[in-house]
Design a protein around this ligand. Structure first.
Ligand code: NAD
Length: 258
């Protein structure tokens, strides 16, 4: 196959966190490109979203290690192999370190750092045997900078960059690439919830949160669309991106340029 081909080769992909937001947009884009997609989410409402796009849905709570392995097993059972893994599922909890509930800390680390590790580990043999693999981790601008009130999220996302780099080094000789995407605020339910939380934390109204906190460091003063992130995922998942690995890709409206 020519690496200069502009057409995507049909692949088998597993995407996590697909009921809404970035994950739903990635599933839609992959299906549009003709990939076979297993969409994994703990929310049963994700079934209709996945099937509308042309994907197969698998319900799993990814804070559970066995559920992570079961998701990969399901992709292998249904499609015979796994070529692309997109670790996207995530949650947020905003509170000061002093008041941060330990259970919330553990849930965030389990979902956003341990699950991507376990899914990568389970997917690896199929990618190695096929001599081709793409691991795409949806990190965050908070993988590079911190904000107050987000200790667990910032820690998990920084950890995800370490996992990405290690996977890139180990996968280089096996045709497996690993990259992270670092968006600033994307228009999704996760951000809608944060606007309310941040308003409470900083004693502001919701418009002030968007303008004075979320877009404070942005050169481009708007929220990002999920489809804009999905288009970068599609590039990183393509044959054309075979030389790109171990990198963090900012879609951050210029936040980290300063
Ligand atoms: P979202 O809330 O729309 O989607 C998150 C998805 O994860 C949902 O479908 C939810 O059901 C699923 N999920 C949550 N807990 C789960 C669990 N235990 N098991 C399985 N699935 C679970 O949010 P989003 O904004 O699309 O976020 C997707 C990813 O992008 C997250 O990792 C988030 O940290 C990252 N991100 C988002 C933004 C943003 O501004 N929205 C910015 C940077 C990074």
């Amino acid at each position: 196959m020519s690496i200069t081909s502009k057409e995507a080769s049909p692949r088998v992909a597993l995407v996590t966190g697909t009921t809404s937001g970035i994950g739903a947009a990635v599933v839609e884009e992959f299906c549009r490109q003709g990939h076979q997609v297993l969409a994994v989410d703990f929310n049963g409402e994700g079934k209709a979203v996945a099937e509308a796009a042309g994907a197969v849905f698998f319900q799993a709570n990814l804070t559970d290690a066995d559920a992570c392995r079961a998701a990969v097993d399901e992709a292998l059972r249904r499609f015979g192999r796994l070529d692309i893994l997109v670790n996207n599922a995530g949650i947020q909890h905003v509170s000061s370190i002093e008041e941060f509930p330990e259970a919330k800390w553990r849930q965030i680390i389990d979902l956003m750092l341990t699950a991507p590790f376990l899914l990568t580990q389970a997917a690896w043999p199929s990618m190695r045997e096929g001599g081709w693999g793409r691991i795409i981790n949806i990190a965050s601008v908070h993988a590079q900078v911190a904000s107050p009130g987000k200790a667990a999220y910032v820690s998990a996302k920084h950890g995800m960059i370490g996992l990405t780099k290690t996977a890139a080094l180990e996968g280089g000789s096996q045709g497996i690439t690993a990259n992270a995407i670092c968006p600033a605020y994307v228009k999704t339910p996760l951000v809608d919830n944060q606007i309310a939380d941040q308003a409470q934390l900083h004693d502001m109204d919701e418009q002030e949160v968007i303008e004075q906190i979320m877009l404070k460091n942005a050169a481009v003063k708007r929220l990002i669309e999920p489809a804009e992130v999905a288009s970068l995922v599609a590039y990183l998942a393509s044959d054309l991106a075979g030389a790109v690995t171990g990198a963090s890709w900012n879609i951050d409206l210029g936040w980290t340029a300063q």
